[in-house]
Design a protein around this ligand. Structure first.
Ligand code: HAM
Length: 420
């Protein structure tokens, strides 16, 4: 067979200069999350399929329709991770982290996989920035995470992103709500799409996040979960709102926002952008509390809350800034002849060792073509090495944005550049 092999649909290559935007976001995350005491965890991209079935939920679209599941050569059913919360919880349990410290704060960045219909901002391999906090059931923990996201969005200078907030109750109060919801949806069964008619039997809460317009119209008048909350859930939700107010974080309570995963209890939230670059994929991040999950996966009874943001979506919002984050070379060295190329090669290596960003054209060629190359790299300065420079040990730093050349001794180039 011959011919071109293409990349997999929905899985993207990331090339410069876009990669510099990603690096900027990743670096901002690392700096900011460290200030909040979150440490990095890395788990494999493949997990036992049962992990996601038992956490995200069998009746969710993510597990039911979108997972990349395969059998390995030993006959085990494995899946590419569609999200990061369940793998992190698995690792938390497996390494008995709860025995080592009462409160654990982790973050991760990495690829996730969902077989979704593709559009702008929706891919089959995408990347999440996630944070999970184990051990505290207090509202302060929920709000700390939301504050961390708000500060991240501010650090990235992203505006017009609103925080939607809800409480999903718990095993005490959700059943009564669910019963009313089912009764209501049954009465409107004929107006629901075929998928939602099936969801009605298997997992009625999922009807609330159906994207079909007719289903949304039915959902808009459905019972309000807020009116069903039991006293402890109500108190927790009130405290979350009070603490958000305390920090001056704006939010909108949206009683029909239930998230697409089954493990949540109490707080659920989403950050939604109004920017046209995202089309219908306007949710840049979401999360919530999942106080039962760790125990449900065979671990100790430890409460937890977390959030994940879509890296592609954040970067789409920053796309117009590509180039702003690329770091150009400090210096481009051009060689007039073979002798200069020989000595210049050593000089370039030394300058890099001294901490400077330096480039040259390994193909050599005419000075004119090398200077053209220097231009394209957006180097701040150029240095031409020829017979005269080698003989005198002196050269000239040419500012590439214009201006007078600066005389410099060849063994002081590094110092001269650092002071500029
Ligand atoms: P999620 O809402 O499924 O939550 O995903 C979080 C974010 O990942 C979304 O808001 C979106 O920005 C991004 N995302 C999801 N699917 C795609 C896709 N196909 N293409 C591009 N971006 C996508 C979770 O995954 C939970 N684990 C969040 C969490 C953490 N809850 C508690 N802790």
């Amino acid at each position: 067979m011959s011919g071109k092999v293409s990349g997999v649909k929905g899985m993207n290559d990331l090339l410069p200069p876009d990669s510099s935007v990603w690096q900027h976001v990743e670096q901002t995350v690392r700096e900011l999350f460290a200030r909040f005491g979150y440490q990095e965890v890395r788990t494999p991209v493949v997990e036992d399929t049962a992990l996601f079935v038992r956490s995200v939920g069998e009746a969710t679209d993510i597990v039911g329709k979108e997972m990349y599941t395969f059998e390995d050569k030993g006959g085990r059913s494995l899946s590419l991770r569609p999200e990061g919360t369940a793998p992190a919880a698995r690792a938390y349990i497996e390494h008995a982290v709860a025995n080592q410290e009462p409160v654990t704060r982790w973050f991760y960045m990495g690829p996730m996989f969902r077989y979704e219909r593709m559009k702008t901002g929706r891919y089959r391999q995408f990347h999440q920035i996630g944070a999970e906090a184990y051990g505290a059931s207090e509202a302060a923990q929920d709000v700390e995470l939301m504050d961390m996201v708000v500060q991240l969005l501010e650090a990235l200078e992203l505006k017009d992103i609103s925080l939607n907030l809800n409480s999903l109750g718990d095993e005490t109060c959700r059943p009564a709500y669910q019963e009313q919801l089912v009764a209501y949806l049954q009465a409107h069964r004929d107006e629901l799409c075929a998928d939602c008619q099936a969801r009605l039997e298997r997992n009625p809460l999922r009807v609330l996040d159906c994207k079909n317009e007719r289903c949304q119209a039915v959902v808009a008048a459905s019972p309000d979960i807020q009116t069903f909350l039991c006293e402890p859930c109500r108190a927790h939700f009130d405290e979350v709102k009070r603490k958000l107010d305390l920090l001056g974080i704006h939010y909108v309570v949206n009683p029909r926002m239930v998230r697409g995963l089954d493990y949540y209890t109490r707080t659920a939230f989403e950050f939604i952008a109004s920017h046209p670059a995202l089309g219908t994929a306007s949710t840049v991040g979401g999360g919530g509390r999942y106080d039962r999950l760790v125990k449900q996966l065979g671990g100790p009874d430890v409460p937890a809350v977390g959030v994940a943001l879509g890296l592609e979506r954040l970067c789409l919002l920053l796309a117009s800034e590509a180039g702003r984050y690329a770091a150009p070379p400090d210096l481009f060295v051009a060689f007039a002849d073979a002798a200069a190329a020989e000595q210049g090669f050593v000089l370039v290596s030394r300058l890099r060792k001294a901490g400077l960003r330096v480039e040259f054209d390994p193909r050599g060629g005419s000075l004119k073509s090398q200077m053209k190359r220097a231009d394209r790299t957006h180097a701040r300065y150029a240095l031409v090495l020829g017979e005269n420079e080698l003989a005198s040990g002196k050269g000239q730093l040419k500012p590439m944005q214009g201006g007078e050349p600066i005389p410099v001794a060849l063994d002081e180039v590094a110092a001269a550049l650092v002071t500029r």
